[in-house]
Design a binder for this molecule. Structure first.
Ligand SMILES: [Zn+2]
Ligand SMILES: [Zn+2]
Length: 152
């Protein structure tokens, strides 16, 4: 399953990443494009070894460097999981608003899109936080923790 919405073709995603990299005075090299393609098609936050397994043709050191540059320009988000391994996914600007379900045993993370009623309730929670603590809430994260199909 991929996380990007139907209206966002892969071409649109590449055009946005290209623009983000330009703003950071970086080029959209083939290695970076390959990484964005892998993240698009894997459709969940993945570790560096998983990116290598997915057929990355670049060395592990270029992969680290390219991920760091993509992260700096805002195209890629880095997450940590219950196993402390870093995982990478495309920024929401390039996919769609979603949340994560995390395996407490192996650390795998999958994307989940929640029903609109829950998203509305989370918006209300943001308003509540503003009233109670005077925070200006501009986004939210929700992590569901459990056991993945492989670990069950
Ligand atoms: Zn698991
Ligand atoms: Zn949400």
């Amino acid at each position: 399953m991929t996380t990007h919405t139907e209206r966002d073709t892969d071409t649109d995603v590449h055009a946005i990443v290209d623009e983000q990299l330009r703003r950071s005075r970086q080029r959209y090299t083939l290695g970076r494009r390959e990484l964005v393609d892998s993240l698009l098609h894997l459709g969940r936050p993945v570790t560096i070894p998983e990116l290598m397994d997915a057929g990355a043709s670049q060395s592990q050191s270029s992969l680290y460097r390219n991920l760091a540059i993509l992260e700096q320009c805002g195209a890629v988000h880095r997450l940590t999981s219950t196993d402390d391994a870093a995982r990478y996914e495309l920024a929401e600007e390039l996919s769609e608003h979603h949340h994560h379900v995390v395996c407490s045993i192996c650390g795998r993370i999958d994307d989940v899109v929640l029903p609109p009623a829950i998203e509305r309730a989370l918006t209300e929670a943001a308003n509540e936080a503003r009233e109670q603590r005077d925070y200006l809430v501009d986004s939210h994260r929700l992590e569901l923790v459990g056991t993945c199909a492989d670990c069950a």
